[in-house]
Write a protein that binds this ligand. Sequence first.
Ligand code: DQA
Length: 148
Amino acid sequence: MSEVLVLNGPNLGRLGSREPDVYGAATFDDLATLCRDAGRRLGLHAEVRQTDDEAELVGWLHEAADGRLPVVLNPAAFTHYSYALRDAIAQRTAPLIEVHISNPAAREEFRHNSVVAGVATGTIAGFGSFSYVLALQAVAELLAEGKD
Ligand code: DQA
């Protein structure tokens, strides 16, 4: 089984209680289970992590780059302003799919810009937790095609 890192940024550990009208009722543990199950069906071993710490997230992206590991990344609020994250993603050596639970383009103005989208393989947003399943499908396809 190919390994994929499913990395999540700040406040996503609070899914379930955090703005359920925007992010739904599923908890972070529910999301992690969904990703592991979907990954297994696709022949991927999904390792799911979450941090509120920008430095830790940058470190995980370095780990992925060094290990040639594909990544599904929800950068959360870092999406909109973290050039450190963008620079870490630019070093990627395998596909990296940016995901969002909500559709940032349909929300407040400050969410309309992603500083990381330009260095990601692609972006999936607005499908709730299912955004992650779609991203894992994309990773599986890209790996099968031998693309990075
Ligand atoms: C989010 C969207 C971001 O704008 C927000 O800061 C988040 C979650 C999403 O998954 O919809 O924390 O990345």
